[in-house]
Design a protein around this ligand. Sequence first.
Ligand code: DC
Length: 204
Amino acid sequence: MIVAIDGPAGAGKSTVARAVALALGFTYLDTGAMYRCVAVARLRDADVDINALEIGLAATVSLNGEDVSEEIRSATVTEMASEVAAEPEVRAAMVLRQQSMLASGDWVVEGRDIGTVIAPHAELKIFLTADADERARRRAMQSGRPLEQVLAEQHRRDRRDGERELSPLVAAEDAVELDTTALSAGEVIGEIVALATERDGGRQ
Ligand code: DC
């Protein structure tokens, strides 16, 4: 079974997707981390061959064997990830990798295009949203950076991710939209686990 969780930055995808995977006993896949790894590689070498990159997504995120878990969360990499994610060759390479991973097994996958492009056949599609101010507030709290700055960067990335030609951030027609602005993480997790259990014929 595949549970696809899409939505903009700061809507709570990572926290929620990880916890839902744990509760259901499914494997968690963070596709954003893959774009972030590509960004690290590109920042180090502008001509890097995307197809030759070894990206490891276990307890730590690794690039060609090196632990980049912290580096991928920096502001520079975050900005570059949004840029590389708009490139057709990068998306094509990531789509192939992600689809081959998802070909078997039970997954909770988070990203922007999971329900629309990567796994349109997913049994459950969730589109998580939250007010832009609330999303920025959460990010600023997490990172300790000034709210104004986080809000400005978020606005720029929201526009780029939402307006790009290729796989822009949109909810799949059959996605369940959850506005997390006024909900606790626990409430969102509980709701998704209940929906997944229901869709899966009560195997939990
Ligand atoms: O979810 P995140 O912030 O880690 O994602 C990093 C960047 O990658 C973000 O700008 C959106 C992009 N992305 C994407 O285009 N498609 C995905 N499936 C996942 C992330």
